[in-house]
Design a protein around this ligand. Structure first.
Ligand code: KG4
Ligand code: ZN
Length: 368
């Protein structure tokens, strides 16, 4: 017999995800349908198209996750579903599907905050105690936060304009990377990472954003428009048409990725210094079940789609090494959106007795 086992459902953006996870960290079953390739063709997510795709796929995805788990829905403890933040039209699909299941199988519903789920994913992989510092970098967010508990997050900083994922996606689009055969099925961020390996990161130098501000917030729009202007200048210089590949595209990708990584590292460094000064991150306990981490001062976790970028991870690794901290990152498939992280957040909330709705038929949520 299973103790606590949760079905998680994710539809906040462009992935339809579902998974069955138990309190012993076992993933019994999972399924994911990504709409990314479809949205790449239209140059961005059209919410009504995304909603339609979620509608078409959700039953298949949930059924696949449940069947592959070998656990009957009757034996599941609760259903966890992303209710915010995200695209309202998309969230609605997962929520109404979940509410039907909740009603039919008489299960509790656990509403999940998508970013909290990203932040807690690491505890599915490691027996990691609170508190820890987390950097969430995705297509929709850029957040630095101290995680003090399952429902206790101290926000230290966030982007004042766009997210790093958005900036990477826009530059990738401006370079027409999705028209290149090698990049045709990659997200913007992935194609920048791919191309960057062939380029010179010192191609152009850009002052780090927000250097004059003594806080932990981020800004990516100025950096992004600097590179967009540069692309335009180079296009004029080379006399090529929009849509053709620039000869220096790899250098631009490499240098832009470098600038994004360094801005992330600079602001994270400020956050670490602040945490040390305020005693927000105590030294790690030796009982921690992460080998080799017990001598370190504290722990930082990086997650979200942009967190799967190996160059950015390396820059952050160098930073944490310098500051006598440890860095943990979930594997790429758990950094991007998925059902597993939602199910796990459900398990965490169920174990903490936090936000479990027994009678959820008329749940209200605020789409953001
Ligand atoms: O977390 P995520 O899957 O969705 C949300 O935004 O919630 O993140 C998607 C973002 C996209 O902007 C994508 O370009 C970026 O993550 N991304 C990457 C990489 N893989 C995905 N950015 C840089 N390097 C990557 N390898
Ligand atoms: Zn996400």
């Amino acid at each position: 017999k299973y103790q606590r086992v949760v079905l998680g459902i994710e539809t906040s953006c462009d992935e339809t995800g579902a998974a069955v996870v138990d309190e012993n960290r076992k993933i019994h079953g999972e399924a994911l349908f990504s709409q990314k390739e479809i949205h790449l063709r239209t140059g961005g997510i059209i919410p009504s198209v995304a909603r339609q795709l979620h509608k078409e796929k959700i039953d298949h995805v949930v059924t696949k996750a449940v069947l592959s788990s070998g656990i009957s829905l009757h034996d599941i403890s609760a259903i966890a579903t992303t209710v915010k933040p995200g695209l309202a039209l998309c969230l609605e699909v997962g929520l109404s599907y979940s509410l039907n299941l909740v009603k039919h199988f008489k299960k509790p519903l656990i509403p999940i905050h998508h970013m909290e789920a990203h932040a807690l994913t690491i505890r599915l992989l490691h027996q990691l105690e609170f508190p820890f510092l987390v950097l969430l970098i995705s297509g929709g967010h850029c957040i630095l936060s101290v995680v003090n508990g399952v429902t206790d997050f101290l926000l230290l900083g966030q982007s004042l304009d766009e997210s790093p994922g958005e900036a990477l996606d826009k530059v990738a689009r401006r370079l027409s990377l999705s028209k290149q055969a090698e990049c045709s099925s990659m997200s913007g961020g992935e194609s920048i990472e791919y191309l960057a390996q062939f380029g010179d990161k010192k191609f152009t130098k850009q002052n780090p954003p927000m250097a004059q501000y003594q806080d932990c917030n981020f800004s990516f729009s100025g950096l992004r428009s600097h590179y967009e202007r540069l692309i335009e200048m180079q296009e004029n210089k080379e006399g090529i048409q929009k849509g053709e590949m620039l000869s220096c595209a790899a250098d631009i990708a490499s240098s832009f990725q470098h600038s994004v990584a360094h801005h992330l590292a600079k602001r994270t460094q400020r956050a670490i210094l602040f945490c040390k000064k305020e005693g927000l991150l105590p030294p790690l306990k030796t009982s921690l079940a992460v080998p080799g981490l017990h001598t370190r001062y504290g722990l930082k976790v990086v997650s979200g789609g942009v967190g799967s970028n190996q160059y950015i991870r390396q820059v952050l690794q160098n930073l944490t090494d310098d500051m006598n901290m440890s860095l943990l990152c979930p594997p790429p498939q758990l950094c991007t959106d998925n059902g597993v992280m939602i199910a796990w957040n459900g398990v965490e909330r169920l174990c903490a007795g936090a936000g479990v709705l027994k009678n959820a038929h008329n749940i209200r949520y605020e789409p953001r």
